[in-house]
Design a protein around this ligand. Structure first.
Ligand SMILES: Nc1ncnc2c1ncn2[C@@H]1O[C@H](COP(=O)(O)OP(=O)(O)OP(=O)(O)O)[C@@H](O)[C@H]1O
Length: 350
């Protein structure tokens, strides 16, 4: 049988997306097939630009096309499969809310580094610091004291740092000014952050929520479609109980839980590298099992992580090859995978 683009497509129907368990053609991932003689050029649109399985997909494509006897197979990847739903913030494909039950478990640190790790995987990312009571992202990104500007349509422009867009309440009010938020004002402020900001085109808008299960969580879910929530906890029993409450809150407002990140899993000694499980072991994984959610990974407790946050350069940027950055990269890939599963499997296809 002569070579044709149809035959190539037929062969691609046998290649499954490993996470989604459906073939590339039915998922709408085959963007372009260009056959010139015995060479073929393919554009594969990934369901998420931070797809951890590119390598495997490419290998499976090559295997499926081998019987056609092509001389050359070129595979390019894009990040543009259209999600089967329209999202209400213009240009923003996914809103991912990061929550914790208890304060001080490192939620903001995890949100910042996850956002940066997603961006390093090739995604366009924004970070909204919705921790209105104690905004810390401006400091974490070295953006303290910078004022926000507006565009020609009078929309707020987020600040840029390390390749992502960051918006924090800390850039709207003078440092040290006490903030008293009452329900309606808080709701209005969050609404403004979501609707009157020129976020541009984003694959992910990561929202750093205040700790606990309060008004902001509720407002966020009312104001926009949240694709999913991430729960940050330490392995400690008390933190786990509160984390479960944060998860319950997501369920109440119908936000699917994408996964659990365990922070401060074990202290890594900066001298000998020996791990010490200061807050216990395995709690995050157990919580994920209980919630029937994905365990996104463990982030160690290290001096370098604490210092990098205080210095205004998160560890994923400061030491991209270090153990901490690797842990965040893995968690970001798991998160991206969880999000494509829930976008393309849980929701009906368009
Ligand atoms: N894995 C870690 N290793 C070392 N230090 C960490 C780690 N995670 C967070 N920290 C440090 O712990 C402190 C609290 O972290 P962070 O502000 O991220 O917590 P939070 O849960 O967002 O707090 P809040 O409840 O105030 O919003 C910070 O000084 C941060 O640098």
């Amino acid at each position: 049988m002569a070579l044709s683009e149809e035959r190539v497509l037929e062969a691609l129907r046998t290649v499954m997306d490993p996470e989604l368990g459906k073939d590339l053609v039915s998922l709408g991932m085959v963007g372009e097939v260009r056959l010139e003689g015995t060479r073929v050029d393919l554009l594969i649109q990934l369901t998420t630009p931070a797809c951890p399985l590119k390598g495997q997909i490419e290998a499976d494509i090559r295997k499926a096309l081998a019987p056609l006897g092509l001389e050359e197979v070129r595979v390019r990847f894009g990040g543009g499969v259209k999600a089967p739903e329209q999202y209400p913030i213009p240009g923003v494909k996914h809103v991912v809310a990061v929550a914790s039950g208890k304060g001080g478990v490192g939620k903001s640190t995890v949100a910042a580094n996850l956002a940066l790790a997603l961006s390093r995987e090739g995604a366009k990312v924004g970070l909204l610091d919705a921790d209105l009571y104690g905004p810390s992202q401006a400091k974490m990104f070295g953006l303290e004291g910078q004022r926000l500007k507006v565009d020609q349509n009078r929309k707020i422009l987020p600040l840029e740092a390390y390749g992502i867009r960051v918006l924090s309440m800390a850039n709207l009010v003078p440092p040290g000014q006490a903030m008293v938020w009452r329900g309606p004002i808080l709701h209005g402020t969050l609404k403004q952050f979501l609707e009157e900001v020129n976020w541009g085109e984003l694959d992910y808008l990561v929202v750093d929520l205040p700790p606990g299960t309060g008004d902001v969580q509720l407002s966020l879910a009312q104001l926009t479609k949240v694709s999913g929530g991430v729960i940050v906890t330490t392995p400690q029993e008390v933190a786990l109980i509160d984390a479960e409450r944060a998860a319950d809150m997501f369920k109440k407002v119908q936000v699917p839980i994408l996964g659990v990140v365990e922070n401060m899993s074990a202290f890594l000694c900066p001298h000998c590298g020996k791990p010490t499980p200061i807050f216990g072991e395995g709690g995050g994984r157990r919580l994920a099992e209980k919630l029937k959610a994905r365990f996104l990974g463990e982030i160690p407790l290290t001096l370098s992580l604490r210092e990098s946050g205080d210095q205004g350069m998160p560890v994923v940027v400061k030491d991209p090859e270090g153990l901490e950055a690797q842990a965040f990269r893995k968690a970001a890939q798991e998160l991206a995978a969880a999000l494509s599963v829930q976008t393309f499997i849980a929701l009906p296809m368009a």
